[in-house]
Design a binder for this molecule. Sequence first.
Ligand SMILES: Cc1cc2nc3c(=O)[nH]c(=O)nc-3n(C[C@H](O)[C@H](O)[C@H](O)COP(=O)(O)OP(=O)(O)OC[C@H]3O[C@@H](n4cnc5c(N)ncnc54)[C@H](O)[C@@H]3O)c2cc1C
Length: 413
Amino acid sequence: MDFKNRYTKEQEEFRQEVRSWLEENVPADLKRPLEVSHLDTETYKQIQELRRKLGRKGWLHPAYPKEYGGGGLSSEQETVIGEELDKQDIPNVHDNPLDLPALMVWGTEEQKMEILRPRLLGEKHGWQLFTESGAGSDLASLQTRAVRDGDEWVITGQKVFVGGDAGYADPSTKVPDDIQMGEMFTLAVTDPDAPRHRNMGYFMIPGDAPGITVETLDLLVGQGKRQVYLDNVRIPATRLIGGETQGWQVAQTTLEIEHGGGGDIVPRSRTFEKFMKYAREKGLDKDSHNEQVIMQAHIDNEILRLFSARNYWMYSAGQEMTFHGSQQSMWRRESGIRTSDAIREVAGLKAMLDFEDSAAPLDGEMEVHQRESLTAAHPGGTIEIQKVIIARRMGISRTRERAAPTPSTARQA
Ligand SMILES: Cc1cc2nc3c(=O)[nH]c(=O)nc-3n(C[C@H](O)[C@H](O)[C@H](O)COP(=O)(O)OP(=O)(O)OC[C@H]3O[C@@H](n4cnc5c(N)ncnc54)[C@H](O)[C@@H]3O)c2cc1C
């Protein structure tokens, strides 16, 4: 593989087109907040508008097919768009996109048009309703029930740590709006008598369906996660993705990407780059111990960048991964915590000052990193679970497993 992106003349011309479009369409005052919970209503609206514009242009999900609302573009063009968006330093334009690969691989033509298309166009957000209080790492023990009633499914249960990555429509009440609560991709038991892993379905619940209650959870990091209660929520039978007891299989496509199987288009740690600049400016790097600590963290971050780029390249080339996704995911989490330790060691207690303190370096960004690196060890499979997956994929475990299909590998097949 090639570790450096090289572009043709046509791709550089496309970059100019993207740059000009962004100059025209990204509001000049749109700035990335310190953390998602700091996003105010005005900024929230601006980012929704930009998301929809990108969607209509086909640049929100550039590599998905045009007929389903994607851009029908190449992975190189997707990379160019990702790089140019990254330079804008604006809030994340994406919501939780982890249902998209599953819809693409397992959805019927009708489901792709009705459910996938509005998601790719940026008209609705996705909320992932997988985790329950007794089913996190051991997701297969979930208890939420789905019962078939004529042409409908009736779903009852409780989900936790859900949604909210895109901020709050109204930060004062922390209440999400109907765009945010657009599609809830949910796992629920359809046959309680069937064996584990063959007893559940994968459902797309419309966020405005009666019987849904949402409560906000305040976490260590301001991500705006929620607890979602489903009380006899009725949805059309057409909102079951895959077979009635095939949900575990369908969910593996979602999890394959969540576990790092899609790689990263623009892999970098902004905070670490800013921290290195800060250390140089303050002369902290002149101390020989600090020099060692900073370089070790730099190597950690560089390895992460390479793992992420390798996975993106493998994904784009339609290669089936084995341990690669979880290797990147594990490294991201572990190196994130080590980087936080390094920042604290070099910057001292100032790294713990938050944005409200005028003495906080980088407007409090280091303090956010301290909290974020700890929280990031959990979502989408903890560090230990990534190691379990790596072992299974390498055949050094009790069980051996293969990668689930993704839009990339399904396309090749
Ligand atoms: C910020 C954040 C965002 C999240 N977003 C979402 C979301 O949008 N949607 C959603 O559905 N969920 C979400 N989650 C939930 C997340 O997926 C779970 O927290 C995660 O799967 C771990 O589950 P748990 O918290 O129940 O911990 P547990 O499963 O109870 O694990 C507790 C500890 O035991 C360890 N452990 C468990 N099993 C094993 C094993 N077999 N071997 C070794 N060690 C083990 C774990 O590594 C962990 O350290 C989010 C969580 C966080 C923190």
